[in-house]
Design a protein around this ligand. Structure first.
Ligand SMILES: *[C@@H]1O[C@H](CO)[C@@H](O)[C@H](O)[C@H]1NC(C)=O
Ligand SMILES: *[C@@H]1O[C@H](CO)[C@@H](O)[C@H](O)[C@H]1NC(C)=O
Ligand SMILES: *[C@@H]1O[C@H](CO)[C@@H](O)[C@H](O)[C@H]1NC(C)=O
Ligand SMILES: *[C@@H]1O[C@H](CO)[C@@H](O)[C@H](O)[C@H]1NC(C)=O
Length: 443
């Protein structure tokens, strides 16, 4: 397996990540400990760095709507800041990764820039005019990266859906697939001569589960009163302080996450097909998707049921996306447990999805213990993605945390998990090329 690293701390938005030529990494790690083709990088997301959320003709995204509705929520960086990102000149720093991107809020440099999403005034590729300022902003950014010897990895969609599309049901609506392809087409046409690594979507799991099962991320949908969790997913604690939606006004945690995931997968694969058919010959780049997972560890090694639970937990988080990419179908555990709430790929869709990547971006932060629990959803109307796996995930066993604590309650340092995830990916998913597109810990 080729594992190339892009070491990042990132969160949301349409993103540019950059990777540098090999250089030594830190006082503790030496360059020669990594393969020659291992590359180091840094990344951010549009919502974290673009700023200027209401300037230059930019329309609102669902994250603008969300942060306006819940002003207490600050996702640290860019919420409604009015400034632009700056890319500093890369200086060679022998002892560490060349840190390539810095956010200089007061910089004048990009003042004539604009926004990425939407570059389209009402968010629609089919009917909008291109926002010239937005395109210019990204052309400048990409050129600046290239002239500093950095390779841009561009993410097409990092959760900040134009609100106009959300008003038409966003990723619940299958027409989003065409909208996404139209948007991807613009990205390829405008930047594909210089961007050679494309990531279609970042963390579809987070988009579907936080947006539609927990309801804690925009568009904040979930079954009324049912999103409060019983530990079915350890990431619950992850954003508990953002649990703004304990009574979702609208949504269905038992079906919508699956529909949204289905359309995310179809949108991804349709964009890949477009790239391959229309741009690959001229641009010669690669395209993939970034998936996040936690590594699942059997709670009680002696329990066969817990072993199956760990497999199931992985299927519900990682396999949900990886298995279709490998085989064109959802994992068998999901088919069994989610039953007819899980959409099906048509034969044609299945062929399109299967193999629709040149690389997998892996976002890894932590591991969790998985224990089998009775399927409480079965036979009741108490349906939720968060219960169908019939797994209890926990970070603590017999009073001992799985790893050192960090600045976030959900993130315990569990470095073995990235190795185990990579080995599992190699063995189970036919040894794909992997870029580690996120990894790290919160201080
Ligand atoms: C789905 O999107 C189409 C156009 O993109 C729109 O005409 C239709 O009303 C949307 N459906 C719903 C239920 O919002
Ligand atoms: C749910 O219950 C039905 C019978 O009531 C059973 O056939 C099915 O296998 C159960 N599903 C799960 C996931 O346990
Ligand atoms: C639904 O699930 C929650 C959490 O698991 C549980 O407390 C509640 O009793 C369940 N309700 C029904 C009707 O099964
Ligand atoms: C956990 O913290 C201890 C004490 O600071 C340190 O020695 C150890 O290396 C840490 N473990 C990991 C996996 O980071």
């Amino acid at each position: 397996m080729t594992v190339t690293g892009l070491l990042l701390l990132t969160f949301i938005g349409c993103t540019i990540s950059v990777s540098c030529a090999p250089t030594p990494t830190s006082a503790n790690s030496k360059r020669h400990e990594f393969p020659d083709d291992f590359i180091f990088g840094a990344a951010s997301s549009a919502y974290q760095y673009e700023g200027a959320w209401d300037e230059d003709g930019k329309g609102p995204s669902i994250w603008d709507t969300f942060t306006a509705k819940y002003p207490g929520i600050s996702l640290s960086l860019s919420t409604h800041i009015r400034t632009h990102m700056n890319v500093i000149k890369c200086t060679h720093i022998d002892a560490c990764v060349r840190v390539c991107v810095c956010i200089c809020r007061e910089s004048e440099r990009w003042k004539d820039g604009g926004e990425c999403l939407p570059w389209l005034q009402d968010g629609r590729a089919s009917s909008s005019e291109l926002n010239a300022a937005g395109v210019k902003y990204y052309k400048n950014l990409i050129n600046e990266l290239l002239s500093n010897g950095l390779k841009p990895f561009a993410t097409i969609f990092f959760w900040d859906l134009p609100q106009a599309l959300e008003n038409d049901e966003g990723f619940l609506n299958e027409t989003i697939v065409d909208e996404f392809v139209g948007y991807a087409n613009i990205c390829f046409a405008m930047f594909g001569d210089r961007v050679k690594h494309w990531i279609t979507i970042n963390e579809p799991w987070s988009y579907s589960v936080f947006g539609y099962a927990y309801g804690t991320f925009p568009p904040n949908r979930c079954s009324k009163g049912r999103n409060r969790l019983t530990g079915a997913f350890s990431s619950t604690a992850r954003f508990s302080r953002y649990l703004v939606n304990s009574d979702c006004e609208v949504g269905d945690s038992g079906t919508e996450p699956y529909r949204v995931a289905h359309h995310l997968i179809l949108a991804h694969s349709a964009a890949v097909q477009l790239y391959r058919e229309k741009y690959r010959a001229d641009h010669g780049g690669q395209i993939g998707i970034s998936l996040n997972t936690e590594w699942m560890i059997t709670y009680d090694e002696t329990s066969e049921k817990d072993q199956e639970a760990a497999d199931r937990a992985l299927a519900f988080m990682y396999g949900w996306y990886m298995e279709p990419l490998k085989s064109g179908t959802y994992p068998s555990q999901m088919v069994t447990h989610v039953e007819d709430r899980l959409p099906k790929f048509t034969e044609e869709q299945s062929q399109l999805v299967k193999g629709s990547f040149e690389f997998i971006g892996l976002n890894y932060y932590t591991g969790a213990y998985a224990a089998d629990i009775p399927c409480s959803n079965n036979g009741t109307k108490n349906h939720s993605y968060l219960r169908y796996s019939c797994v209890r995930l926990t970070k603590v066993k017999n009073g001992i945390p799985i790893g050192n604590e960090t600045g976030s309650g959900w993130l315990y340092v569990y470095p073995q998990g990235i190795r185990d995830t990579l080995i599992y990916t190699k063995l189970w998913y036919n040894d794909p090329v992997v870029y580690i597109t996120e990894n790290g810990k919160h201080e």
